[in-house]
Design a protein around this ligand. Structure first.
Ligand code: ATP
Length: 330
């Protein structure tokens, strides 16, 4: 059994009469990326602050890296690193000086501190800028320096609170590579982000926080299957083939059509048929078998699944408003 890097049960936190977390459970296996999503004000930062010992929960059992947070917060602090919205970078001093300051805070011997700082500056492509004041760094460089500083203490668990907010696409991709590199070294990453694509790219598991609780949790693929909107599209170039397929579909009751609706629906004059499907291997296999047996040969077959944006809207929108499904070609 994989052990848990982060385990929280019954996490509660209120500010005045506002309940922010109302009994949240979290379980993050070691060496994985866990992403907490939620609308603005849902309590993501509050959760990160509690799990990283910066704020005290009103109730809940929390174990981080095997340490009981309430009983031994110092041990938890020794196991974790936190970066993100509360950056530790001091702009008045150079990148290298920031790193050496962290090495001092971690009580590394002088030579060891210099070695670790130089290594990390090199790893994050900051060697050239190391002697310049951090205030002159770009947003992406500051984020890289922030993570490098966090790694001085060699934490096994890292909390990244919106690590790529405000970064351009290239810097964002660089940050994703850095996060993947950390995970391949066995580090556990707890990530909050406003970018659903980021969670989709990086996270092994995703939890959606809404209304004080976890509205849904699973892999990106599992979450996408929770909401309707998935379908298979068949495109034809020959109008006759299209018409005969459309009529065969109207006749058929497809066993895999999750909605239970009869057959496929002609979508438009572009000779496209649309068949409800969750995109799972089992459903696709039975659909392909059925197409073969009905003698239907489409010129193009694409599987469309809801994306995480759809999931997010469906789970966090006001009750009663249906999900805005958007097509997403896989
Ligand atoms: N120190 C505090 N005192 C009072 N209320 C607070 C405090 N910190 C957070 N809150 C409130 O708790 C709620 C959750 O805030 P939090 O910052 O955790 O949300 P978030 O999900 O991280 O939001 P965002 O995506 O906007 O960063 C908000 O309504 C916020 O106003």
């Amino acid at each position: 059994m994989t052990s848990l890097a982060i385990a929280a049960n019954g996490l509660r936190k209120s500010y005045g009469d506002k309940t922010v977390l109302d009994g949240v459970d979290l379980a993050v296996p070691e060496g994985t990326v866990f992403s907490l999503l939620g609308p603005n004000g849902a309590g993501k930062t509050t959760a990160v602050k509690i799990l990283s010992t910066l704020v005290t929960a009103d109730a809940g059992d929390i174990r981080i890296g095997g340490h009981d947070l309430a009983a031994d917060p110092q041990a938890v602090r020794g196991a974790i690193g936190v970066t993100g919205q509360f950056s530790a970078v001091d702009g008045l001093i150079t990148g290298e000086e920031n790193m050496l300051l962290m090495a001092d805070l971690h009580h590394l011997p002088r030579a060891e501190g210099r070695r670790v700082a130089a290594e990390l500056l090199e790893r994050f492509d900051l060697t050239e800028a190391a002697k310049k004041p951090a205030s002159t760094y770009s947003g992406g460089m500051k984020r890289r320096l922030d993570i490098a500083m966090t790694l001085v203490g060699a934490p096994r668990i890292i909390f990244l609170d919106e690590p790529t907010t405000g970064l351009d696409p290239r810097s964002r991709h660089t940050m994703w590579q850095i996060i993947r590199g950390l995970v391949s070294d066995g580090v556990t990453v707890f990530l909050t982000t406003q970018y659903l694509e980021e969670a989709d790219q990086l996270a092994d598991r995703i939890a959606v926080l809404n209304d004080g609780g976890i509205a849904a949790e699973g892999s990106a693929e599992e979450l996408k299957r929770l909401i309707p909107g998935g379908h298979v599209r068949l495109r034809f170039t020959d109008p006759a083939a299209y018409r005969s397929a459309a009529s065969a579909l109207r006749e058929a009751t497809l066993p895999h059509a999750r909605t239970g609706s009869r057959g496929g629906t002609p979508v438009d004059e572009a000779l496209v048929l649309r068949i409800p499907s969750d995109g799972s291997q089992r459903e696709l296999r039975s659909l392909l078998d059925w197409l073969d047996s009905a003698g239907i040969e489409a010129d193009e077959l694409t599987v469309h699944t809801p994306d995480l944006d759809d999931v997010f809207f469906a789970l966090t929108g006001p009750a009663g408003i249906p999900a805005q499904t958007k097509e997403n070609v896989r």
